[in-house]
Write a protein that binds this ligand. Structure first.
Ligand SMILES: CC(C)(COP(=O)(O)OP(=O)(O)OC[C@H]1O[C@@H](n2cnc3c(N)ncnc32)[C@H](O)[C@@H]1OP(=O)(O)O)[C@@H](O)C(=O)NCCC(=O)NCCS
Length: 174
């Protein structure tokens, strides 16, 4: 099956519906769910601050640089990042907030392809080659992928997502 890669700021109109559907589909795979977050870069995850509206997350993704992977005109995955941010305790970096592969396209190397595409964009057009991302300590699909890409752990927030679930920041010099 062939795949097409679309890197661009924002969302293409043709994929708007599919992006909404994909976010809904995977919402509860994330800890905490995407629809409970007020931002793609939320720093504090308090139970009491939780919302229930994908609009906040969706709106911020649209404002970021995005890489889409499309198969037979259907969205197979996306990665979303900012070219240059300053993050407390982390410093200046390009920051990847989100990577999602549609469940029916997983374990075919597409997550790796998205990271490679982001790395290529940073090498060609980035202000920095320091790519940072974070995930939670029980994410057993993302953690092995990060290790395979060559990311290294740089910061850990204990019990940040829930008791026993840490946030872990990783960096990769692309
Ligand atoms: C994490 C995610 C993006 C991985 O995408 P993917 O396309 O399935 O990953 P790939 O096929 O490129 O996998 C690359 C490597 O990661 C590892 N990996 C991926 N999924 C894995 C899993 N479920 N269990 C163990 N290892 C896994 C494998 O070692 C694989 O290497 P290999 O092909 O040499 O065996 C995908 O599972 C996903 O969308 N998850 C839900 C959303 C999410 O958690 N995003 C990250 C939030 S921070």
């Amino acid at each position: 099956m062939g795949y097409e890669i679309l890197p661009q700021p924002g969302f293409p109109l043709s994929l708007e519906d599919e992006i909404s559907k994909l976010l809904k589909l995977v919402d509860h795979e994330f800890i905490p769910p995407l629809s409970s977050r007020n931002s793609t870069m939320q720093q504090v995850f308090n139970e009491s601050d939780r919302i229930d509206d994908m609009w906040f997350y969706h709106r911020q993704l649209r404002a970021q640089m995005n890489v889409f992977i499309v198969s037979e005109q259907k969205l197979a995955g996306l990665a979303s990042f900012n070219f240059l941010l300053h993050i407390p305790d982390i410093g200046e970096c390009a920051y990847l907030t989100t990577i999602i592969i549609h469940p029916s396209h997983r374990a075919k190397g597409l997550g790796r392809i998205l990271y490679e595409e982001v790395a290529k964009i940073l090498r060609d057009r980035g202000a920095t080659r320091r790519l940072v991302t974070r995930t939670w300590s029980t994410n057993h699909s993302h953690l092995p992928l990060l290790e395979k890409m060559g990311f290294r752990e740089i910061h850990r927030l204990k019990d940040h997502r829930a008791p026993g679930i840490d946030s872990i920041y990783f960096e990769w010099n692309v």
